[in-house]
Unconditional design. Structure first.
Length: 139
């Protein structure tokens, strides 16, 4: 069995945002030379996420509004975590909701998705560099 590891780096200029990273993960898969196996993509930061869904602008806006209703950024004193001097308590909750990682099957050297599935990086406390680990195992 072979193993491949690469870090993808992102810097969202605003507090929140979503990036479709499917093509970058597919490039990692090509670099790995693995034809059958699994790809793990996980956020290496506690206020960001990796998830699979449809790349439809309205849906990404829906995520933004839905998450803000569930865990609004303000008032920042709503969160005990923010008593530490931080202002990202909401980002921790949003990450928990959206998830830490995804695992995608590799078949014939390609990401084995269902219809419309894409991989996204979700940022909930941006304005600094963060990374996503891509780990591929297989043959």
């Amino acid at each position: 069995m072979k193993s491949f590891r690469k870090e993808l780096w992102f810097e969202i200029p605003s507090r929140r945002g979503f990036i479709n990273i499917t093509s970058q993960v597919a490039t990692c898969l090509e670099e790995s030379g693995i034809r059958e196996g699994l790809v793990l993509c996980n956020s290496m930061h506690i206020t960001s996420s990796v998830f699979v869904n449809d790349d439809e602008r309205g849906l990404l806006e829906d995520f933004e509004h839905w998450l803000e209703k569930l865990a609004p950024h303000e008032p920042v004193m709503l969160y005990q975590h923010n008593n530490t001097g931080e202002d990202n308590g909401d980002g921790h909750l949003k990450r928990t909701i959206m998830g830490r990682e995804v695992v995608v099957a590799v078949t014939g050297g390609r990401l084995d998705f269902g219809p419309w599935e894409q991989i996204f990086y979700g940022e909930f406390d941006g304005r600094r560099r963060k990374r996503v680990l891509v780990k591929i195992i297989g043959e």
